[in-house]
Design a protein around this ligand. Structure first.
Ligand SMILES: NC(=O)c1ccc[n+]([C@@H]2O[C@H](COP(=O)([O-])OP(=O)(O)OC[C@H]3O[C@@H](n4cnc5c(N)ncnc54)[C@H](OP(=O)(O)O)[C@@H]3O)[C@@H](O)[C@H]2O)c1
Length: 264
């Protein structure tokens, strides 16, 4: 990873576990200094200690991205350093249900973390990178961005925002020397998915997803991780004709039915 172009500091939003932790380990091994952001303190403390043990300089901040002051709180630990790489990974969904029946707190959080959060952080840190004429931004997304999924209306809509937003940002920032990538993620073996009760045997390891993101940072606007099967899923969900039928068939199983299937 090019430390001169993207260093010296990388800011990883969602950098305490799963794909974000894999980014942190790989970037630390390449000589980056790191700022890690997530909510739970113990995983942040543990990963920071591990990386410092390997010689990396690490800062961390416990911040809930669904709060309106999230950027301000992260800026409190980054305003005195040069962030050359922003990796925004947080954004999984843990509540499924009919949109009109959901507690508004659920969809507000999804929209705040993925839509407002990615826009606010890309605006602030992207502006500084563009002024310096160098840097990189990776905004994570999902294969679900290619089609609305019943029971995940806000999530799939937010991921579609992320993908289309990143495409435009990529085109705007490229002439200013800043690489922007939407890292489109498929089924991945993260702690968040384990907590939802999924069988992760067939899931992609988070290390592989992070490696693809780093390897293809300059290959924007969109990189679909996981190879041809996931590229094919994206193609199938991008249909123009017969979309009504395809969307009905795209219903995501409820958390309860997944857990029941795992229990057998
Ligand atoms: N795993 C999959 O199969 C899969 C599939 C498609 C797309 N994706 C996408 O890949 C990304 C990573 O997913 P993931 O499965 O690793 O789960 P995740 O819940 O997004 O967790 C990733 C990291 O984000 C942090 N985080 C989550 N919500 C946060 C919040 N409100 N404020 C601050 N930090 C927060 C987590 O720590 P804390 O919990 O301590 O805050 C963790 O460090 C997401 O954008 C997701 O949509 C994942």
């Amino acid at each position: 990873m090019n430390l001169e172009k993207y260093g010296p500091w990388a800011l990883i939003i969602g950098g305490s576990e799963g794909v974000g932790a894999s980014f942190a380990r790989k970037l630390a091994a390449s000589g980056f200094k790191l700022v890690l952001v997530a909510r739970k303190l113990p995983p942040l403390q543990e990963l920071s200690a591990e990386l410092r043990g390997g010689g990396a300089e690490v800062r961390f901040a416990s911040v809930d991205l669904s709060r309106a002051d999230a950027l301000e709180r992260v800026r409190a630990v980054t305003d005195d350093i040069d962030i050359g790489l922003l990796v925004y990974v947080a954004g999984a969904n843990n509540t499924r249900g009919r949109f009109v029946e959901l507690d508004p707190a659920v969809y507000r959080s999804v929209i705040a973390v993925t839509v407002s959060g990615q826009a606010e952080f890309a605006h602030h840190y992207g502006a500084s990178m563009c002024r310096h004429g160098r840097g990189g931004i990776i905004l994570s997304g999902s294969l679900s961005s290619y089609m609305g999924s019943p029971s995940l209306a806000a999530y799939t809509g937010a991921k579609a925002f992320s993908r289309v937003f990143t495409e435009a940002l990529w085109a705007e920032c490229a002439p200013l020397g800043v690489d922007v990538l939407h890292l489109n993620i498929g089924f991945t073996a993260t702690p968040a998915m384990a907590r939802l009760g999924y069988d992760l045997a067939a899931a992609t390891p988070p290390e592989a997803v992070a490696q693809e993101g780093l390897d293809h940072l300059a290959d924007g606007p969109v990189w679909i991780a996981g190879g041809e099967p996931n590229w094919e899923r994206a193609r199938q969900r991008s249909v123009v004709d017969g979309r009504a039928q395809a969307i009905r068939a795209h219903a995501t199983p409820s958390r309860e039915s997944v857990a029941a299937a795992v229990r057998g």
